[in-house]
Ligand binder design. Sequence first.
Ligand code: SF4
Length: 364
Amino acid sequence: MSTSSASLSAIRRKIEGRERISPTDALLLWREVPDEEMRSLASLVRARFHAPNACTYLLMRIINTTNVCVAQCDYCAFYTLPGQAGGYVLSQEQVFAKIDELLALGGDLAGFNGGFNPQLSLDYYCDLVRAIRARYGDRIELYAFTIAEFLYLADHASLSYTATAERLKQAGVRWITGGGSEILTEDFRLRHSKFKYTVAQFFAAQAAIVATGLRTTATMVIGFDESIEERIEHLDRTRRFQDETGAQESFLCWNFKPWATPLGDKLNNIEITPAEYLRHLALSRIYLDNIPRIRTSVLTQNERALEGLLYGADDFDIPIEDEVTQKAGATINLNFDRILDVARSLGFEPRYRHVALEHTAKAI
Ligand code: SF4
């Protein structure tokens, strides 16, 4: 038996015995194990948390409150610099109209995602959340901001992370998600988004968010020019934060959409294949042994995302809008029945996850 097969056998035994794998183990799995086996190892870890045929889904939309942004990430097709033509800020009425449309379709989760707009203060966002809470109560839940936006708001207001989180909480925010993480290595951020805060700042903000009693998630985006080592570093940092806090309620990975972005131009607009996405999802499930909910991305993988349920995921989104990824090439499928049928055809029984009801402890 070669050294590599002996090591692989040891890693398999670790996973079967519910032992944690190391970054070196993850690298070996990625390089050596066939897709079929990756899928079956991920399913073993999934079975610790979920019945084999169980899965949940969300019907949601991202509301892009403003496309004006000073961060200038080279993987973004969405932003407009301050003063440039085409910049917008949604009015409260426009936000309400988007929420009304979502509720009419049966959805109950709106994620806010917008640029770092110097014209919009923390008060502006607090007023918006207060207005939504006053109008809709608990009929809608908000993944109110990403950690990246939170960092900008804190900076802009010259407030500590804790004070910023408190202000948002008082306004009615319950969630600040791990969005804006992309790849959490300092080197990746220097290469592609040097104005979007460091990894250290990201986790310091998330720690303050959690300490304030707000809920959070973990995310990741793959398919830029990151190395497999960088992907594993991201997973490792996520797992360590979860060991410390237990606060990340889910992990969602999606893939970079390259169209109309400066980085996409350099990479000839080539996306990773669905097979690579699914393989990474499986590795994430195996590595993140402390996060029960692993989500697969219909927004960026369309129907192929449902195969993620066979690669360790247990939850998926059905989005009706996200301008950021749509501008870079994502397509939206409003045929919800078709998406659910694909999940059923793979042997799963999708159950709607009412995020808005979770707050009132009525979630089923
Ligand atoms: S990804 Fe977000 S932070 Fe970066 S330029 Fe686009 S809108 Fe701004």
